[in-house]
Design a protein around this ligand. Structure first.
Ligand code: FES
Length: 118
């Protein structure tokens, strides 16, 4: 495992997720309440890029497509594909893949960059 530069600190806005590629991995980086978080960048449900419209709320990232929600701190699953509620399409498409937690990565700030341990 090595520390890799992910994004300049100055390029992040609070609670605005950003997609970055490091090697072959796609990550989502976000600052929330003064802490930096790095997660797998693609939604665990149907691989939507979480940096495109993902919402940060209550310490969680919510995918804009079917609103699958994971905690930023540990990647734990909070809600799996609940949207849309009626017709129960969200629940149906939720069955297209297995429920999973969101992989997370350790972060630190060094030399003006948010670094991720990969
Ligand atoms: S792709 Fe993210 S919730 Fe369905």
């Amino acid at each position: 495992m090595k520390w890799k530069d992910a994004v300049r600190v100055s390029k992040l806005k609070p609670s605005k997720p950003k997609m970055v590629n490091i090697g072959l991995r796609t990550l989502m980086i976000v600052e929330n309440n003064g802490e930096y978080h790095a997660t797998e960048g693609l939604c665990r449900h149907m691989r939507w890029p979480l940096g495109l419209g993902g919402k940060i709320q209550d310490g969680c990232i919510r995918c804009p497509l079917h609103q699958t929600t994971h905690r930023l701190e540990d990647g734990g699953l909070v809600e799996w594909s609940p949207f849309p509620l009626f017709p129960p399409y969200g629940k149906l498409v939720g069955k297209f893949s297995k429920k999973k937690d969101l992989p997370i990565y350790e972060t630190r700030v060094k030399g003006g960059f948010i670094q991720v341990k990969i």
